[in-house]
Design a protein around this ligand. Structure first.
Ligand code: GLU
Length: 470
């Protein structure tokens, strides 16, 4: 199914079926696993085990009636996909977006299954989605929609069943509305659930409602840890993740010639990533949101850029003119660019941190970066992967690079269940440990199977997931 080529010039490109792409990634890894299994009987068993990962365990397809502020009733359509729970409860965020499709949610739920295994946290994979443009709703309507969604999936979630979290366009306030709605429902139905278990049903909650320190910025922070680990390897081994990106190495970075970065997306993940990279001495030369981007060759200040964008406000404005270098925003310092242009900038590192299918066979040949850190889920299609690999452009895959978010979700869940409260320092220290361990596991698998980082991450995860199929 080909869909959504709208806003090609300015907005996100969404042109391929994410679930078909996810299946292709699974196939590539499966082929390698099978090739390494010599015994015919074992091969057959492995094929059957891998078969269980081709489709989700359960799909909830829900209709959500919501009373709008003008008194009318609108029905929204949503999904919760529970993909696989071999390693623990289903886990994954809930996305609000006008372009959500069931296939997209299935792909995202599958990637969560792989991601949790890569991160070595005791979860399976799931994902939720509601077809809605949240910018068109008032705060009250958004709350009613969120409560309706929680009600619709209530029977199928729980601290030990399925643990949702924020994703694109959802946040801590929404998690709290959903937790509260579950509490109300349990009371109505006289179902007794301990308060800490109720809280552990959702992660990414507000700090004063059982949320964890450091959860909000965890995806960005985790991405930074993974990138730094990769740069150390690239420096010490002297060779890139692809074949020709030899001059991208940690030595150059520490020698005070900052690596340049372009970040696509300026939501929670994109902004935090840009902020951490800037703080670490990288030169962030471009950022974008769904309306378009800005290019500031001198290197921009992400926090000032965000303040400027918020001041410009919607609908017009946004990032345009927010060419903030050092402590001032100056019109002469930068220019506007489109999202497709941002992806092709000649930078050291490209960070797609928006939506799926941004780098496809159409533009992979023109990508100017030496290394891509996938902070969005599924931003590169398998066709594009092959082209990038041939061109020697390294890719640090989503299931590793953005696993910091769900890792701190796990910390939040654990703290809820054990009635603990960890400081931000404790959380970040543990996060680093988990990310280093995940990176190490994938790196070693890459060396063992002599493959690219994405396939290595899948192999690393699959070995754990299929072990649990009896
Ligand atoms: N939505 C995030 C992701 O795609 C976080 C999921 C979670 O914390 O469960 O990884």
């Amino acid at each position: 199914m080909m869909l959504r080529l709208k806003n090609f010039e300015k907005g996100w490109i969404m042109s391929a079926n994410a679930f078909a792409n996810a299946q292709k990634q699974l196939e590539l890894a499966a082929k390698i696993l099978l090739a390494h299994t010599k015994n015919a009987q074992e091969k057959q068993k492995l094929t059957q085990k891998l078969e269980t990962l081709k489709n989700p365990n359960r799909i909830l397809d829900v209709m959500l009636p919501v009373t709008m502020d003008d008194g009318s009733i609108r029905i929204f359509h949503g999904f919760r996909v529970q993909y696989n729970n071999n390693l623990g409860p289903y886990k994954g965020g809930i996305r609000y977006h006008q372009d959500v499709t069931l296939d997209e949610v299935k792909a995202l739920a599958f990637w969560m299954t792989i991601k949790c295994a890569v991160a070595q946290i005791p979860y399976g994979g799931g994902k939720g989605g509601v077809i809605v443009d949240p910018k068109e709703l008032s705060e009250r309507e958004l709350e009613r929609l969120s409560r309706a969604y929680a009600r619709a999936i209530a029977d199928n979630i729980g601290a030990y069943k399925d643990v949702p979290a924020p994703d694109v366009n959802t946040n801590a306030a929404i998690m709290e509305w959903m937790t509260d709605e579950l509490r109300i429902m349990n009371d109505e139905l006289r179902i007794k659930v301990k308060e800490n278990e109720l809280r552990a049903t959702f992660t990414g909650k507000p700090l004063n409602k059982g949320g964890s320190e450091g959860r909000e910025e965890a995806t960005g922070k985790g991405g930074l840890f993974v990138l730094l680990a990769a740069l150390v390897k690239l420096g010490s081994s002297g060779q890139g993740l692809g074949s020709s990106n030899k001059n991208l190495n940690a030595r150059r970075y520490t020698l005070n010639a900052p690596l340049t970065v372009a970040v696509q997306g300026f939501g929670n993940v994109g902004f935090n990533m840009a902020k951490f990279l800037h703080e670490q001495g990288f030169k962030v030369v471009a950022v974008s949101d769904s309306k378009g981007g800005i290019y500031v060759p001198e290197g921009l200040n992400p926090e000032l850029t965000l303040q400027c964008k918020q001041k410009n406000g919607p609908p017009a404005g946004g990032l345009v003119g927010c060419y903030c270098v050092g402590t001032v925003c100056d019109l002469k310092k930068g220019k506007t660019i489109s999202n497709p242009e941002l992806l092709e900038l000649p930078v050291d590192i490209l960070v797609p941190a928006a939506l799926e299918n941004q780098i496809t066979a159409r533009n992979a040949g023109r990508i100017g970066a030496k290394l891509i850190l996938e902070m969005a889920n599924g931003p590169i299609t398998p066709d594009a992967d092959a082209i990038l690999f041939k061109r020697g452009i390294g890719v640090i895959p989503d299931v590793l690079a953005n696993s910091g978010g769900v890792t701190v979700s796990y910390f939040e869940w654990y703290q809820n269940l054990k009635n603990l409260h960890w400081s931000k320092e404790q959380v970040n220290k543990k996060l680093k440990k988990y990310m280093d361990k995940a990176f190490d596991g994938v790196w070693k698998t890459r060396e063992k199977y002599k493959t690219d980082m994405r396939t290595a991450a899948f192999l690393f995860a699959l070995e754990k997931i299929i072990k649990k199929v009896s």
